[in-house]
Design a protein around this ligand. Structure first.
Ligand code: NAP
Ligand code: G4F
Length: 343
């Protein structure tokens, strides 16, 4: 008899949580998702999957609520995706970020240790750990960590706790060191989605200009739908381990701007330098992009480019969607949303 596996996903209302819930439901799992109370929730990312999973109210920061859920639901696997996930915000709320993004992982590991050490756990670790200084690329599992933000420091603590509990207590705990991954479900304050929404609104005459911070930063951008597959794979291995997950391509924020405008039918030409840089529509000369120093961060990660050879070799994983396809997918979705009056 095939016994159904059960997964508990924290962060199920977020970008990755929604794709992962969809995937695990398709694989025949019972899925339980953690949801913190908020004033209004429409579960737009989950769509139809909302009715196929169980949502339980609780909070990442509360030992008692998490322990109650884990004791009652008895999951086989925990996917810990919940976090304060915005790097820029972490400079404004460093202590909350440390609690939500770092300490909460300790809480989960302690619960597993106390309740059932056979529960497997996936931790949403990040390429931000590397710091991305030029000369360190391509970053792989052996690249030294050099975090540049409160967010990355909190995730670094979490990374080591996962490793510690794996090595000290034999808990099946994995870190997925994921590079940036995006989708039409990406939060609106991350740079790719901010760009595709703005371009769609500019095209519809609903917005004049797109304001950004550092356009020289380079990121290895993949598609969230591809990346959740590998989260699942990590927990199906015989041995728990840590893996870099990336596309192996890197592009500047400026290139993402150019590509998004291109999909929407514009060609951008650049003028000026540093804070005075502007992007103009080649056809009309209208300024469509400018720098707003408000979006610069006190600490920056200049260059991320991942080496995913270990994941390819051990997990048999390769990303299907890379830069151009990703920008097109996000851009087309936001053009449609603007047309329908949703943005
Ligand atoms: P996201 O869209 O920002 O989702 C974060 C989730 O965490 C949301 O469901 C949020 O709930 C939940 N959450 C935050 N604080 C909570 C709390 N106190 N209690 C319960 N839930 C809480 O992030 P994502 O892009 O899906 O990323 C998933 C994870 O991967 C995060 O840990 C992130 O740091 C990490 N990561 C992401 C990337 C990437 O490029 N996307 C790369 C590397 C690592 P609400 O809906 O209530 O806000
Ligand atoms: O889209 P971002 O905010 O993502 P960031 O900082 O790379 O972090 C994301 O990826 C990490 C993995 O490497 C995750 F761990 C993390 O949870 C998150 O999902 O910014 C990307 C780049 C940065 O260099 C930023 O300074 O874009 C630059 N940028 C320039 N203008 C901007 C803006 N970022 C944002 N959010 N908004 C801007 O206006």
């Amino acid at each position: 008899m095939n016994i159904k596996k059960k997964a508990f996903i924290t962060g199920v209302t977020g970008q990755d949580g929604s794709y992962l819930a969809e995937l695990l439901v398709k694989k025949g799992y019972d899925v339980v998702g953690l949801d913190r109370r908020c004033s209004e929730r429409d579960y737009w990312r989950l769509g139809e999957t909302r009715n196929k999973i169980k949502i339980i109210e609780g909070d990442l920061m509360e030992y008692e609520s998490l322990r109650r859920i884990i004791e009652t639901e008895k999951p086989d696997e925990i996917y810990n995706l919940a976090a304060q996930s915005h790097v820029g915000s972490s400079f404004k709320t460093p202590l909350t970020t440390l609690d939500m993004t770092g300490k909460s992982v300790w809480i989960l590991l302690e619960i597993i240790r106390a309740v059932d050490q056979k529960i497997k756990i996936y931790q949403a670790s990040t390429s931000e750990l590397f710091g991305g200084d030029p000369g360190t690329e391509p970053q792989n599992e052996k690249t030294p960590f050099n975090p540049h933000s409160p967010y990355a420091i909190a995730k670094l603590a979490a990374f080591h706790m996962i490793k510690l509990y794996r090595e000290s207590y034999g808990i099946f705990a994995c870190n997925g060191i994921l590079f940036n991954h995006e989708s039409p479900r990406r939060g609106e304050d991350f740079v790719t989605r901010k760009i595709t929404i703005a371009v769609a609104r500019i095209k519809a005459g609903k917005q004049e200009v797109l304001e950004l911070g550092n356009m020289d930063a380079k990121r290895d951008w993949g598609f969230a739908g591809d990346y959740v597959e590998v989260m699942y794979e990590m927990l199906q291995q015989d041995k728990a381990d840590d893996y870099v997950i990336s596309t192996g391509e890197t592009h500047t924020v400026r290139e993402f701007v150019e590509e998004s405008f291109r999909v929407a039918g514009y060609e951008i030409v650049w003028e000026g330098k540093d804070e005075k840089e502007i992007g103009k529509d080649k056809k009309t000369g209208k300024v469509l992009v400018r720098i707003n120093p408000e979006f610069f961060r006190p600490g920056e990660v200049p260059l991320l480019l991942g080496d995913n050879s270990k994941a390819k070799k051990v997990l048999g994983w390769t990303p299907k969607v890379t830069f151009k396809k990703l920008a097109k997918m996000m851009m087309e979705d936001d053009l449609e949303k603007v047309e329908k009056g949703l943005l």
